[in-house]
Structures are given as C-alpha cells and as structure tokens.
Design a protein around this ligand. Sequence first.
Ligand code: ZN
Length: 68
Amino acid sequence: MPVYEYACHACGHTFERIVRTGDPETPPCESCGSTETRRILSAFARAVSGGLGSSGSSASCGPSKGFS
Ligand SMILES: [Zn+2]
C-alpha cells in the first residue's frame, strides 16, 4: 500500500496517510479538519533522491602526493 504525505493549506500541518483503493484523494487535515489539503512527495521519495549526493566522498579522490 502506498503511503502518501499531505500538506494542509489552512494550517500548514503535514501528515502521512496510507491510501487504499476507494479512499478520497485528499483526506481532511488531521490537525484542523480542513479539506484544503494537497498531496506532496512522500518522505520515502525524498530519502531516495537525497541519498545520492550525501555520501560525502568529495575531496578524497585525487592522487595522493608523496610527502615523505
Ligand atoms: Zn490543517
């Protein structure tokens, strides 16, 4: 089951929701109950895209100079 993340326009609250077939596309806000919510990228999607550039092997790939 996909987990989607929603953001509320009314109060700015964000929440995750497991979406099943037949559920309404935009669930009401868990915080204020407003239906002015929209689906945003899930935390899983953000973790995947952000993990590529965070390995931190930047300045260590050059040839080692022989200071001896
Ligand atoms: Zn809200």
